[in-house]
Design a protein around this ligand. Structure first.
Ligand SMILES: Nc1ccn([C@H]2C[C@H](O)[C@@H](COP(=O)(O)OP(=O)(O)OP(=O)(O)O)O2)c(=O)n1
Length: 124
């Protein structure tokens, strides 16, 4: 996601200094949409389709490669950067989708982790 404008680098540095949480990202996405008058397009269904489209873009990166070792040791930096961008697109659309649906994603995820631990107990 290009933030555009001359202040982009400063904004990235500023954000790097913070411990960025889901709520921060959610607020930034809300601001991003508001500033462009894009809230009208950010309906649950549109955001879901956009997110799935970005999942497709991640799949495109991996397709036909065969199995890839963890940490992607043989990848060029630019390819890793590209992957990072597509992963971010999925995350950002997911956060926006949750927000627009009135779901507190951090809270829901923590609750789900607890539920998972009950469903799949540690081996004794
Ligand atoms: N209506 C929109 C369109 C875009 N975005 C933001 C969220 C994503 O992080 C990013 C997606 O932008 P693109 O649709 O341009 O997708 P890519 O960055 O993947 O570009 P491309 O598909 O050309 O690779 O922009 C958004 O919030 N709302």
């Amino acid at each position: 996601m290009s933030m555009g404008g001359g202040g982009e680098r400063e904004e990235i540095e500023e954000v790097k200094m913070m411990d960025v949480g889901l709520k921060d990202l959610s607020r930034k996405l809300e601001e991003f949409a508001k500033e462009r008058d894009w809230e009208q397009y950010h309906s649950p269904r549109n955001l879901l389709l956009a997110m799935v489209g970005e999942v497709g873009e991640i799949s495109e990166i991996f397709q036909w490669m065969g199995e890839v070792p963890k940490g992607l040791p043989d990848w060029k930096e630019s390819d890793k950067e590209h992957l990072g961008e597509e992963l971010s697109d999925v995350l950002l659309y997911l956060i926006r989708l949750a927000d627009i649906c009135g779901i507190d994603l951090a809270d829901a995820a923590i609750k789900k982790l607890v539920k998972n631990a009950i469903k799949y107990p540690k081996p004794l």
